[in-house]
Design a protein around this ligand. Structure first.
Ligand code: ISL
Ligand code: CA
Length: 593
C-alpha cells in the first residue's frame, strides 16, 4: 500500500468478497445424493444475488475421496461424481457471465496414493517417480521384526506420519492420511508438474487458487523425534513442519513461473501455524508470493485445555478472540493483507461457535458476526450456508458421521478409553468438520431440497426453519444482512483502507467488541470517508454503552469524528435504545468528512 500522504491504491482482491462452495454438499442435480457441478451452476444466480464477486470451489478433481477430494488422483480430471469437464466449462462460463470469478483449490502438499505418480513411485526404488515423494529407511526393527518409523511425529489423521511400504521396504511421509502421501518439493520435477497443472487451469480461464496447507510443502531439515510427543503430546508437531526453510523460495518461484503471467489472478494460501510475522512475509506487497493467507490463531481460541486438540465444547473468550484478531489487523496494516473468516469446510458453524444459535438469537447473532468480520481490513470469505445462519448439527451415533478426522479422533480418544462416547459426541457436535458439511438447506422440502435421493451426509434437522427459500422471502433475514454488508464494502473504500484499532478501554471487556477503522488524511480526502465504527454486543444481556450512538466525544483522539451515519444495524430503529446495545446487537457507523 502507500505512505500516509498519498491515497492508497486499492487492488481488486482487496475489495473482493469470496464465497466458498464445498461441492459435495452444495446442490445435487441428478439425485445420487452427492452435490455436483451442474447443481452448482444452477444455483449461481443465488450466489450472485448475495453480491460476492468470487467463488472458491473446494476440490473438484478426480479423487478416491478418502478426504473428500483433498486427496487428488488426477489434477486435470473432474471427479466423475461431480460431472465432466464440459460441466466445469459450463459452470465457469455461467459464473463469468454473472460477474463471478472462480478460484480452484490447489492441493499440492500431497496427492492421493492412487495418483499415477505414487503408483509408479511405490513400484520400485529405481522408478523415476520415486523422488516425487518422501521415503525413509526404518529407524530399526522391533524384536518381532516390525519396522520402526523414522521418527515419532503424529499426523493430522492417523497415529504416525510414516506408513510402511512392504514392497520397497521403506516408509513414506504423510502429514495427513495414509492415502495422502506428501509430495517432495525438493525435486524440481515435482515443482514443474505443479506449475503445469496451474497453467492448465488458468489457461481454461479460472481466476485464482486457494492453496491447501501451502506452508507445509517445504519439509524441515531436522526429522528428529519430537520431545513433546515423546513426553505424551498427541498432537501434530506443527512448529516443526510449518514454514519450512525453502517455503518462500518455492512460492516466489511459483509466482515467477506461473502467477505473474496471469495478471489479476487471486491467491490465498492456507497456512496453519503462521504468526503475523510469517504472514507479512507470505503476503508482503513487495514479496511476490501470495496475496493473503488463512491464519488459524482465532480458530484455536476454544481448543481443548486437556490437550485433545479441537475436541472440546468450551466456549471461546471474547477478550482472547479480540486480542488475536486485533493483533492480525495491526501487524499486517500497510505490510500485507488479511483474509477474514469465521468458518469453512473444516470448522464448526460460525453462529453456533461465536454467536448464539438458539431460536431467540440465531438471526441477530449471525448478523452481528457478519458486521464484525466484514468491518475489518482484509478479504472476507463466506462459507456456504453462513449467509443463512446455518447451525451445528448433533448426531447421536458416530456411524452417522462421515469425516475421516472425526473417525480418527474416535479411535484415538474413545477406543482408547480417554474420553467417554457421550462426551465425545458432544465434542464432535461442537467442533467437528461435518458441522460444515451437512447439505446446504435450500427449502423446507425433503432433504432441504438438496437432493431428490438420499444425501451422502444427513441434512441438519433445523432445515424447515433455516433455508434459502425462507431467507429470500424474508427481508429481515441473515441473507439480506450479508448482502448489505457486502454492498457496503463495495461502496465504501474505507473498508479496504482504514487503519484498525480497538476502541480504547474496551480491550478487556468480555461482552463488547468495539473497533474503529481510521483513514489517513490522504485516503479521507480521496474518498470523503474518515472513519468506521463497529460496535457489537456478544452477549444475551443488554449492554449499556455511552458511545452506542456513534458519539465518540469522550475520546480525545476521536474528537473530530462527528455526525455518524448508521450504515448497518441488526435491530430496527423502533427497537434501538439510546446508550444501550440490546443482546447480540451490532451497529456499524460511517463518519464522513
Ligand atoms: O481441520 C483440521 C484438522 O483439525 C485442520 O488442521 C486441517 O487439517 C488443516 O487446516 C488442513 O486443512 C486442509 O488440508 C487437509 C484437508 O483435510 C482439509 O479439508 C483442508 O482444508 C488435507 O488436505
Ligand atoms: Ca449428484
Amino acid at each position: 500500500m502507500s505512505s500516509a500522504d498519498t491515497p492508497t491504491e486499492i487492488q481488486p482482491y482487496q475489495q473482493s468478497v469470496v464465497y466458498q462452495i464445498y461441492p459435495r454438499s452444495f446442490a445435487d442435480s441428478n439425485g445420487d445424493g452427492v452435490g455436483d457441478l451442474p447443481g452448482i451452476t444452477s444455483r449461481l444466480p443465488y450466489v450472485a444475488k448475495l453480491g460476492v464477486d468470487t467463488i472458491w470451489l473446494s476440490p473438484i478433481f478426480a479423487s478416491p475421496n478418502d478426504d473428500n477430494g483433498y486427496d487428488i488422483s488426477d489434477y486435470r480430471a473432474i471427479m466423475p461424481e461431480f460431472g465432466t469437464m464440459e460441466d466445469f466449462e459450463q459452470l465457469l462460463e455461467t459464473a463469468h457471465s454473472l460477474g463471478l470469478k472462480i478460484m480452484l483449490d490447489l492441493v499440492v502438499n500431497h496427492s492421493s496414493d492412487e495418483h499415477e505418480w505414487f503408483k509408479q513411485a511405490r513400484s520400485s526404488r529405481e522408478n523415476p517417480y520415486r523422488d516425487y515423494y518422501i521415503w525413509r529407511d526404518p529407524a530399526g526393527f522391533a524384536e518381532d521384526g516390525t519396522p520402526l518409523p523414522p521418527n515419532n511425529w503424529i499426523s493430522f489423521f492417523s497415529p504416525s506420519v510414516w506408513e510402511w511400504d512392504e514392497h520397497t521396504q521403506q516408509f513414506y511421509l504423510h502429514y495427513f492420511s495414509v492415502k495422502q502421501p506428501d509430495l517432495n518439493w525438493e525435486n524440481p520435477r515435482v515443482r514443474e508438474e505443479v506449475y503445469d497443472i496451474m497453467r492448465f487451469w488458468l489457461d481454461k480461464g479460472v481466476d485464482g487458487f486457494r492453496m491447501d496447507v501451502i506452508n507445509l510443502i517445504s519439509k524441515p531439515e531436522d526429522f528428529g523425534d519430537d520431545p513433546a510427543i515423546a513426553a505424551g503430546s498427541t498432537t501434530v508437531p506443527l512448529e516443526r513442519i510449518a514454514n519450512g526453510p525453502r517455503i518462500h523460495e518455492f512460492l516466489q518461484e511459483m509466482n515467477r513461473e506461473v502467477l505473474s503471467h496471469y495478471p489479476g489472478v487471486m491467491t490465498v494460501g492456507e497456512t496453519p501455524g503462521v504468526s503475523t510475522a510469517d504472514a507479512a512475509l507470505y503476503t508482503g506487497f513487495d514479496r511476490h508470493e501470495v496475496q493473503m493467507v488463512f491464519q488459524f490463531e482465532h480458530m484455536d481460541v476454544d481448543a481443548s485445555k486437556e490437550g485433545h486438540g479441537r475436541w472440546s465444547e468450551d466456549r471461546f473468550s471474547l477478550v482472547e478472540l479480540k486480542s488475536i484478531l486485533s493483533r492480525w489487523q495491526h501487524d499486517l496494516q500497510g505490510r500485507g493483507w488479511n483474509s477474514l473468516y469465521w468458518n469453512n469446510h473444516d470448522q464448526p458453524r460460525a453462529v453456533s461457535r461465536f454467536g448464539n444459535d438458539s431460536a431467540q438469537y440465531r438471526v441477530k447473532s449471525a448478523k452481528l458476526l457478519a458486521s464484525v468480520l466484514h468491518g475489518m481490513q482484509g478479504t472476507p470469505y463466506i462459507y456456504q450456508g453462513e449467509e443463512l445462519g446455518m447451525t451445528n448439527v448433533f448426531f447421536d451415533d458416530i456411524a452417522r458421521y462421515n469425516d475421516l478426522e472425526i473417525h480418527d479422533a474416535w479411535r484415538k480418544y474413545v477406543d482408547s478409553g480417554e474420553i467417554d462416547p457421550e462426551t465425545m459426541l458432544r465434542y464432535i457436535s461442537a467442533s467437528g468438520r461435518d458441522n460444515a458439511r451437512t447439505p446446504v438447506q435450500w427449502d423446507a422440502s425433503a432433504h432441504a431440497g438438496f437432493t431428490t435421493g438420499t444425501p451422502w451426509l444427513e441434512v441438519n434437522p433445523r432445515f424447515s426453519e433455516i433455508n434459502a427459500q425462507a431467507a429470500l422471502e424474508d427481508s429481515d433475514s441473515v441473507f439480506y444482512s450479508y448482502r448489505d454488508v457486502i454492498a457496503a464494502r463495495k461502496a465504501h473504500p474505507i473498508f479496504a483502507t482504514g487503519a484498525y484499532a480497538q476502541l480504547p478501554g474496551t480491550e478487556e471487556d468480555p461482552a463488547l467488541f468495539a473497533y474503529v477503522r481510521m483513514n489517513s488524511e490522504a485516503d479521507a480526502a480521496a474518498s470523503g470517508e474518515r472513519a468506521l465504527l463497529v460496535l457489537a454486543n456478544f452477549s444475551d444481556e443488554p449492554y449499556e454503552f455511552a458511545a452506542a450512538e456513534g458519539n465518540l466525544s469522550s475520546y480525545a483522539q476521536y474528537a473530530g469524528l462527528k455526525n455518524p451515519q448508521l450504515l448497518l444495524a441488526n435491530y430496527p430503529e423502533a427497537e434501538r435504545t439510546e446508550g444501550v446495545l440490546a443482546p447480540w446487537e451490532s451497529r456499524l457507523y460511517l463518519y464522513s468528512l
